[in-house]
Design a protein. Structure first.
Length: 300
């Protein structure tokens, strides 16, 4: 991996609205942000409104050193917002508002060109809830170059998922990340033979030709099934401020470790450390460059 390695976050960019503040968020955007903090070139590909909230998000990305060239502006739909309930900091609840700009993402030649140069791209399920963005995401994924890491962070929210979208996403992915609660949901939806985490991961590998499946378990760490290897990595204890974005930071760290060709055990431990650090800070995109560099130095 080099500093010029491009990691694309493809999907939603929005405002997380807490009781006392609002902060930038959106799972793929969070992944790109943290990949940038970890030494890659993180690029957010999304769509915001031609409105003051969209202006603020674009300016935020620029201040953080992230290009905003692939953030479209929508004159007809508002910038996305999510109401976040953190009354239980370790289990935030989200109310995701509908028919917003990122529901109408489109894929043109410029995005296809970016995808062809990316080292990795991360996408999820939520941004596929509307046909415009679903078609754009699938077209963009088809433009990735051979050997690029295509990472599907399942990230189920509310009722915004269907079996067909999930199966098509799994077919496109080399790496799949989901949490232990999503295992149960997907096992029922996909009618897998088992809900047991390792057996479930093995079935995804076999049915969809997935290289590796990582199942996160919050403070209990993660289970990584990577080829024939199985890594059960314990969690990192921290005082959780809010868990918003912690899973996305985990995904970014896993991508960076994978691009760096670290062994599976190191990938899992590193991702656990990074996810835990973000959970100990407010918001999905806390500035943590120095702290993340210190953690990474322990693995190199």
């Amino acid at each position: 991996m080099t500093e010029s390695s491009i990691v694309v976050g493809l999907g939603e960019l929005l405002w997380d609205c807490f009781a006392d503040s609002r902060r930038p968020g959106g799972a793929p955007a969070n992944v790109a942000f943290h990949a940038g903090q970890l030494g890659c070139r993180g690029i957010v590909c999304s769509r915001v409104g031609a409105d003051p909230l969209g202006d603020e998000l674009v300016e935020f990305l620029k201040r953080q050193g992230l290009a905003a060239d692939w953030v479209e502006r929508d004159p007809a739909h508002p910038t996305g917002t999510v109401t976040v309930d953190t009354s239980r900091p370790d289990q935030p609840r989200f109310t995701i508002h509908e028919d917003v700009a990122w529901d109408h993402l489109h894929c043109g030649a410029d995005l296809e060109q970016l995808m062809a140069s990316a080292a990795a791209v991360c996408f999820g399920t939520l941004a596929q809830r509307c046909v415009d963005s679903r078609q754009a995401i699938q077209r963009a994924l088809s433009a990735t170059r051979p050997g690029a890491l295509v990472v599907y962070d399942v990230n189920l929210r509310q009722h915004w998922y269907q079996r067909a979208w999930i199966e098509e996403s799994l077919r496109k992915a080399q790496l799949v990340k989901l949490n232990h609660e999503e295992v149960r949901v997907l096992a029922g939806l996909l009618q897998t033979e088992s809900q047991a985490p390792e057996a479930f991961a093995r079935e995804l590998q076999a049915r969809f030709n997935v290289e590796a499946v990582c199942i996160t378990r919050a403070e209990e760490g993660c289970l990584l099934v990577d080829g024939d290897a199985v890594v059960d990595s314990p969690g990192v204890k921290v005082e959780v401020v809010d868990a918003v974005g912690a899973g996305d930071a985990f995904t970014a760290a896993w991508i960076v470790a994978r691009l760096s060709r670290w062994p599976p055990e190191s990938q899992a431990r590193f991702a656990n450390r990074v996810g835990a650090l973000v959970a100990s800070r407010p918001g999905a995109m806390p500035p943590l460059g120095d702290a993340l560099a210190a953690i990474r130095s322990e693995f190199t």
